[in-house]
Design a binder for this molecule. Sequence first.
Ligand SMILES: O=C(O)CCC(=O)C(=O)O
Ligand SMILES: [Fe+2]
Length: 263
Amino acid sequence: MRHELMQKEISGYRENGFVVINDFLTDDELAEWRSAVDEAVDLRGDARLPGEEGKVFSGSNSAVFKQRIQLWMDNERVKALMLDERIGKMAADLEGIDGIRVWHDQTLIKMPYGNPTSWHQDNTKWSFSSDHAISIWIALDDATPHNGCLYFIPGSHHDCYDDVSTNRPMSDIFEENPVLQDVDPVAAPMKAGSCSFHNGLTVHGAGANMTRGLRRAMTCAFMPDGATFNGNKNVLPQSYVDGLSVGDLIDNDELVPLIYKRA
Ligand SMILES: O=C(O)CCC(=O)C(=O)O
Ligand SMILES: [Fe+2]
């Protein structure tokens, strides 16, 4: 794993709100990530989150991608890969913060002929609000303009825009926030085994999968240590949310493990 960041990767991330790390995983590591994620997805079955077996999702993203969240919670192999301190340090270094917790992982498998992923921000959906939320997106297949690679709006991470979900019309966020139309989107094609990081406020989306193959990605969203509850349930279990008030620390190590703390 190429986990030592170059200074220009850190400065590019801070300027643009995203960075692509080419050749992040070795071939052997990529084989293990693919195999562990495939195994975890098979075991999970139809449930999107742990414990949601049999639940039918309204307004779901199922035409956009097959989404399975918190795979680390029920698969030891994914847990070992995803809760890697070295990845936590990369995220902390990019954001210039001292501690990183896992918010949630998710695999996003864009199936053959899958819809595009509409332009959106991530942090607006989560249970904490922070300028320093960050996600990693690891390509498990080559991600190309043909099968749904990511696209980013450089510099869009400095503001909160009106929330848009990933299955809305592609133009919605631009109509609601015309200032976003001033900047050219950037495509981020990646070879399998490469990854990107993006800030939780960076506006991003992905193209349709116009091919017969899968576009598999494994992703993880990270929460800065010290973040507090903003009132949104999101992926938190109801039983945990019931005990939280707005402003409380979200620091339950079983739910949001601390994977890196600067010494
Ligand atoms: O993989 C995709 O299509 C979208 C990814 C995304 O929105 C994310 O990782 O935050
Ligand atoms: Fe996203």
